[in-house]
Design a binder for this molecule. Sequence first.
Ligand code: SME
Length: 163
Amino acid sequence: MAETILVDRYLSNEEQYRNLIPQLKSLLSPSDELISNLANCTAVLKQTFEKISWVGFYLYNGKELYLGPFQGKIACTTIKIGKGVCGTAAEIRETIIVPDVNKFPGHIYCDPDSKSEIVIPVIKKDENLFGVLDLDSNELNSFNETDKKYLEEICKFLTVDIL
Ligand code: SME
């Protein structure tokens, strides 16, 4: 069933998350295919935040990360664990906020216009790595602790209720 997401551009960053999370929770369903849920999750984030230039999942196949559902320009198809921001977040299993991608050693350039980034690891209930959620922006300093808090909540919801 098609659904509409209500977005109010005048809300603060935190209010945007508070507005979107209940909508996301009602939109995504374990009875839908996983890829469909992940695809809609990226669409909700891209529709809500003007600051996001690219948002997508990199999924873990037991060997490396590979490109999953995303919104934005074409991107690298595989990333090794420990490489770039995505591979590092997957390896250390912690969210990484990169205020300026030029200052992150080993940052992988998929889009030359990308200036800042946040990557959240997605860990399954059995503690195995599922993948990462990667958000890019064409502005410096686009992501902060508020983004981290709510994006981690979204990834937790995915692992507990959807995966
Ligand atoms: N910049 C990422 C690669 C993925 S793209 O940004 C979509 C990284 O360094 O891991």
